[in-house]
Design a protein around this ligand. Sequence first.
Ligand code: AMP
Ligand code: MG
Length: 336
Amino acid sequence: MLCLGIESTAHTFACSVIKYSDYEKYPNILSDVRDSFKAADGSGIHPREAARHHASVAIKVLKQSLESSKIKYKDLDIVAYSAGPGLGPCLRIGAVIARSISSFYDKKLIPINHALGHIELGMSLTGGVDSLVLLVSGGHTMILVFNNRRWRVIGETLDITLGQLLDQFGRHLGLASPCGSEIERLANKSSKNYISLPYSIKGNDVTFSGILSAAKRLISTNKYRYEDMCYSIQETAFAMITEAVERALSSTEKRELLVVGGVSANKELSHMLNLACLRHKVKFNSCPISFAGDNGVQIAWTGILSYLKSKLFVDIPNSFVNQSWRVDSVDVLWRN
Ligand code: AMP
Ligand code: MG
């Protein structure tokens, strides 16, 4: 069985072809092609500009994906696309391309929840069985646990996400979005001069906007080095999310933690989570760094799982995009 996955929720347009044979637990990735929108320094992702980028690179990315897989459109069985959550204009580009291929070549069409894609690919690549999941990306900061057919959210941000905190502060410094890896590079150059920032955790939930406001205010006084502020933001925000994860580990008694999403690429975050897992005698899994950020593989793989176990395909008139599609509203019939 061959599935084409199309990702277009935010900055990245990506396509991947995955081959699946019975009883395989892991994706056999035939291709993984990505092209990301680059914002100007100090600017964020403007949805219409990112959508224009996606439209301009879509055919090239699609062609490369099929060519490197050595397959033709007619060989495909399924076309899966990211249907949300994400930026409306960007989602529509991926959906239009998926619908066109599906209708022209008569292939099954499956809308995939992007967050579910991060989780399911991370579970498969790390061999996770019954993990507590931390999803940290541009669009999400959530702690999830699987129960009764769905990934249930047991902790989340009450305002901006961890990725937004890093991106918005980075833009304030004049960096181009997404800024997480550059913030990490600057933080690594700090002599660990910690600047006190608001630490706010409410049960298993966290809030990051206080850190952002304080960091912006303090940096404008010109009394602090960028490196020290980036270090302090990371230390404060990562300690908060680690504390929330520790609470969730205690209450759920899960024996595995999996971290997925673009921010999971950060080494300091992994280090803190790993220490928490050692304290709780829990196995720590992190999505391989090359699949931490948005990609087509997460969509193709979840497309295969959805098709095999749920038959969640749709016809063209019922295909949709949903900018605020919550992961905890999706039935996941392939998990017990
Ligand atoms: P995603 O939406 O899953 O592609 O994740 C994108 C988010 O990950 C953006 O907010 C990036 O700034 C963030 N990100 C990427 N690499 C890193 C890193 N090394 N450290 C922290 N955040 C990162
Ligand atoms: Mg993502």
